[in-house]
Design a protein around this ligand. Structure first.
Ligand SMILES: *Cc1c(COP(=O)(O)O)cnc(C)c1O
Length: 357
């Protein structure tokens, strides 16, 4: 495993400690003599883990009073529906920045009046729309802070005159966030927060309960806040990996220290993309994501695409084939990817250049 450099978009690379602790816990959870996969979720040992998970989120993101964190099955995709169910009454606005944003909007349109306030579809989502106004009569405004497929990112907490809801699946825990600016932050665990199998939701409690529709028990955020994410059996393995991932972030110095590492990794790779005449980046420079770095063969070198992919594999690179809607290549450099992984990819690009220029 160690001679591979994993740039998968999600599920993705996790810190080595997370793999090691998970194997230990599957053998024997907290010295109980029972596997994590077999322990009752009603035991004190598991209850303590749930408390630890919530506490770590609150500490790392400085989550203010009045908010709660819940862990739910169904991934980020089911959160698209939760959002509309719990907040859509009259009208909702979405920032259409890619496929995930469109899928979120579609769920809301299935339940009521929702539309795209602004869109970057005109240039295949290679930038973040700017200069739009958020109407003051919306129930909420929904953004996707990092567009995993296109490599664009909203890198700061925007101001909104209406409750702001953010899908942060692929950039959560990569930078400090002013949680107080959001009504809801959610995402799937399997990028920066752990293994696949659950979603996290950071919820401002006083904005719930304002819709008149019937809310099925499982789709009502209040159920999961009241029952501390234990209304039904929680996805214990995914939550366990989340705790270990959060502990690792804390040991790195927290989200600010992680952000400095992430910026350095991204700058290293973008510098090579901009320098190397064989490659060109696809996202507008000012909106470039520090998590998902998309690039294609430069004009005149298009025919070398498959050859570079094969060459990169021979150099130990995993998962750099671009998403079909952008083509080319995508290196996902989430928190657990190291500076060494990025430098290995840069060396591979330089070697390829030397062979073909
Ligand atoms: C991966 C991803 C999703 C989908 O997550 P699932 O947990 O697979 O449903 C949604 N939004 C964004 C921004 C993503 O990167």
């Amino acid at each position: 495993m160690s001679n591979k450099h994993v740039f998968n978009a999600g599920p993705c690379l996790l810190p080595q400690e997370v793999y090691d602790r998970s194997i230990e816990a599957i053998r024997d959870f907290k010295g109980t003599g029972v596997s994590l996969l077999s322990i009752s979720h009603r035991t004190k040992e598991w209850q303590d883990s749930m408390d630890e998970c919530r506490a770590l989120w609150k500490e790392l993101l400085n989550i203010p009073d009045g908010y709660e964190v819940v862990f739910l099955g169904g991934g980020a995709s089911l959160q698209f529906l939760y959002v509309a169910m719990n907040y859509l009454e009259h009208k909702a606005g979405y920032l259409e920045t890619g496929v995930w944003a469109k899928k979120a909007l579609k769920e809301a349109q299935g339940l009521g009046n929702a539309y795209a306030v602004a869109s970057s579809a005109d240039r295949n989502y290679c930038y973040i729309p700017k200069g739009y106004d958020i109407p003051a009569d919306l129930d909420y405004f929904h953004i996707t802070t990092n567009n995993t497929i296109y490599g664009t990112e909203i890198k700061h907490d925007i101001d909104s005159p209406v409750p702001l809801i953010a899908d942060m699946s692929s950039d959560i825990l990569s930078r400090p966030v002013d949680v107080s600016k959001y009504a809801l932050i959610y995402g799937g665990a399997q990028k920066n927060a752990g293994s696949a199998g659950c979603a996290f939701a950071i919820i401002r409690k006083d904005l719930l309960g304002r819709v008149t529709r019937y809310l099925p028990t499982m789709l009502d955020y209040r159920t999961h806040i009241d029952k501390e994410s234990m209304f039904n059996t929680p996805p214990v393995f995914s939550i366990f990996t989340m705790i270990e991932t959060l502990k690792w972030i804390k040991a790195q110095g927290g989200v600010e220290a992680i952000h400095a590492q992430d910026e350095k990794k991204a700058a290293t790779l973008y510098a090579e993309i901009d320098r190397n005449p064989l490659f060109v980046g696809t996202a507008d420079a000012e909106d470039r994501s520090i998590m998902n770095i998309c690039f294609v063969m430069a004009p005149g070198y298009e025919a070398l695409q498959d050859e570079f992919l094969a060459f990169s594999k021979s150099c130990g690179m995993v998962g750099i084939k671009g998403h079909r809607s952008v083509g080319g290549f995508r290196a996902s450099v989430y928190n657990a990817a190291s500076q060494e992984d990025v430098e290995a990819l840069v060396a591979c690009m330089k070697e390829f250049e030397a062979q073909h220029k």
